[in-house]
Design a protein around this ligand. Structure first.
Ligand SMILES: Nc1ncnc2c1ncn2[C@@H]1O[C@H](COP(=O)(O)OP(=O)(O)OP(=O)(O)O)[C@@H](O)[C@H]1O
Ligand SMILES: [Mg+2]
Length: 343
């Protein structure tokens, strides 16, 4: 490495040391791509000296961001034993919103319908066998096996699904208990070890079978969307029973909250005729109520997160409000648990 390059690199390192920032802090505060920063700090000569100067200036002018820091990626799953309630719509919009704030997010689409895949990576069908089914089938590491794709959006990567996910239930059923446990252990190995992502957000379908069980075994927090209609509310106790059963294998599993979605603004969802079904769930309900909004459908026509389609629209404002609440609950819960996940 020539002298000029080394001097410029040292200048960046010294600045980081002075500010007591590790490479993740630096990336969060400055917006400099984390992988690029990691590579150059590891000695990979992927930038020109002039680009190092530019990077130095960006880092110098950036302020400390005060995002939550985790010891390992927080795994958050959108799950409910009910279809069509906004699991996918809320999952990818929350993911985009968190990524915009500076969190490094990996979205894993674990539903064969691939709704989230199509919204975050419209070319997902052209990826051949680089989808979640193949990764799970072969117990491949998602990162090292090349299953993770960058979206068009900063800080937001995705693992896509396709229809083959429907075969996963039968595939898993044929395996022994220890083999089942291994599947996601191996898929998630690098994600957990390298701690590149702050959060992994899983969009799971409504099945309450073995595959959902595997995902919940890897999950820290579940978010359950719920509609105010009887047929949605009445599924909440079933969802909870399934989650309770999964807790036997994952004691950290916790419902972060239930979020009212698709709410008619003229109605108060708490007064629904199905109230008896969610009695006992009151403390789980997020304050944010997501209304019925045409922006969801229109943004999906353009295959865009709400924050890209209409960032100042009412629907996106609600997503942002929801994002803040999600972060507050995660922080509170990790502090209460005192399990050291929060740095
Ligand atoms: N707040 C909202 N306002 C208007 N439409 C919404 C809202 N939330 C979701 N939708 C629409 O409702 C439909 C169902 O949403 P979505 O696909 O996200 O639900 P899901 O729970 O993921 O469904 P599935 O169980 O099939 O995976 C979609 O057409 C979506 O555009
Ligand atoms: Mg869905």
């Amino acid at each position: 490495m020539d002298k000029e390059y080394t001097a410029k690199l040292n200048k960046i390192c010294n600045l980081m040391t002075k500010r007591k920032w590790d490479y993740k802090d630096t990336s969060r505060a400055s917006g400099v791509n984390l992988r690029t920063l990691e590579s150059i700090l590891n000695g990979d000569r992927i930038l020109e000296p002039k680009q190092l100067d530019q990077m130095y200036e960006i880092i110098r002018d950036s302020k400390k961001s005060n995002l939550l820091k985790f010891e390992k990626p927080i795994v958050m799953t959108f799950y409910a034993y009910k279809g069509g309630i906004g699991k996918s719509s809320l999952a990818y919009n929350l993911a985009y919103s968190l990524a915009q704030m500076g969190y490094k997010i990996l979205v894993i689409d674990a539903d064969g319908q691939a709704d989230t895949s199509s919204m975050l990576y419209s070319k997902f069908l052209s990826l051949g066998n680089k989808n979640l089914f193949e990764a799970m089938y072969h117990s491949h590491d998602l990162v090292k096996g090349g299953y993770v794709f960058s979206t068009d959006y900063d800080n937001l990567d995705v693992v896509v699904a396709n229809m083959k996910m429907e075969l996963m239930e039968a595939t898993v059923a044929l395996k022994t208990e220890p083999q089942r446990k291994q599947i996601l252990e191996l898929c998630f190995k690098t994600i957990i070890e390298e701690n590149y992502y702050d959060m992994v957000i899983i969009d799971r379908d409504k099945n309450a079978g073995l595959v959902s069980g595997l995902f919940l075994e890897k999950t820290d927090f579940i978010i359950m969307p719920v509609l105010s209609q009887m047929l949605s509310v009445k599924s909440a106790p079933n969802t909870r029973s399934f989650i309770e059963a999964c807790k036997e294998r994952n004691s950290k599993l916790q419902i972060l909250g239930m979020v009212w979605n698709l709410v008619d603004k003229r109605k108060n969802p708490r007064n629904t005729s199905a109230k008896d079904f969610y009695d006992g769930f009151d403390n789980l309900l997020f304050n944010t109520i997501i209304p019925v909004s045409a922006d969801f459908e229109s943004s999906q026509d353009y295959m865009m997160p709400l924050g890209v389609y209409k960032s100042n629209g009412e629907a996106n404002k609600k997503i942002q409000e929801f994002t803040i609440e999600v972060l507050e609950r995660i922080e509170k819960s990790l502090k209460e648990r005192g399990d050291g996940l929060l740095v």
